[in-house]
Design a protein around this ligand. Structure first.
Ligand SMILES: Nc1ncnc2c1ncn2[C@@H]1O[C@H](COP(=O)(O)OP(=O)(O)OP(=O)(O)O)[C@@H](O)[C@H]1O
Ligand SMILES: [Mg+2]
Length: 237
């Protein structure tokens, strides 16, 4: 159920950093359109700018030149309050190191963003159970992170990222600490959410075995981005 609606668009964006008086151009001229219901993987060697680009998409960072438009609105022109609101309501984040709070149970970890957003008790409980159910961990909700395997912890992190029904999930090497079976399961969950909920996913990965699970593979190289034709062709075969 793909639609042509663009969720987020990067237009001729650059990002450079000044280090010890020297300017390093990480992104030079990046154009990227993410549509609703699309699963895009981001590849490129270490240091090619994947995390830098994801930070631009999440509004945590702004381009040195060019624009990032979220639902046609320039993120650089949003005030901090609007950006925070957008992150809480429309975006979900998944990181390589899971980022769960160790003293909270799986349930409490998933529930936390709803508490922060001031969602009432009953609704919090309903949404948290639903998210844990989607990732197949309804039976582990009282367990703390250290009682769960790496793959299970990452599924909790995904439940937390989707608990508020975001429209876009940004994932930075979400399977970096997982074995191949768990990695496939995590990408399978992304695929399921794209298909069933029409969410969009942008996931950076080093694992070429996972790419064919996505709709589109974008490669960062020398500060530019382009669709990787090799994979595109393979998917269409
Ligand atoms: N805040 C910063 N200040 C200075 N340089 C930075 C900053 N953030 C990123 N860089 C530089 O930008 C380049 C790209 O980094 P980035 O983390 O985006 O790469 P990556 O593709 O995510 O790499 P990896 O696969 O290792 O995670 C690196 O050379 C890095 O040193
Ligand atoms: Mg990175």
């Amino acid at each position: 159920m793909n639609s042509d609606e663009t969720i987020i668009a990067v237009q001729n964006a650059s990002r450079s950093f000044k280090l010890a008086g020297e300017t390093v151009s990480v992104l030079k001229s990046v154009d990227l359109n993410i549509r609703q219901g699309e699963f895009v993987t981001l590849i490129g060697r270490s240091g090619s700018g994947k995390t830098t680009l994801l930070n631009l998409l999440s509004g945590l960072d702004s381009p040195s030149s060019g624009k990032v438009l979220f639902e046609d609105q320039n993120m650089a022109e949003m005030n901090e309050g609007r950006l925070t609101e957008l992150r809480r309501s429309k975006l979900g984040f998944v990181f390589q190191s899971f980022g769960l709070l160790p003293l909270l149970s799986a349930f409490e970890n998933v529930e936390l963003p709803l508490r922060i957003s001031g969602v009432g008790t009953g609704e919090r409980e309903r949404l948290t159970r639903r998210a844990l159910d989607i990732v197949g961990l309804e039976g582990r909700s009282s367990h703390r992170p250290y009682e769960l395997s790496g793959g299970e912890q990452q599924r909790v992190a995904i439940a937390r990222a989707i608990v508020h029904d975001p429209i876009l999930i940004l994932a930075d090497e979400p399977t970096g600490e997982l074995d191949s079976v768990n990695s496939k399961a995590i990408f399978g969950l992304f695929k399921q959410m794209v298909k069933e909920k029409n969410m969009s996913v942008v996931a950076a990965t080093h694992d070429s075995n996972l790419l064919e699970m996505s709709d589109r593979v974008m490669r960062l190289s020398e500060g530019n981005i382009e669709e990787d034709a090799t994979y595109g062709q393979r998917f269409r075969e």
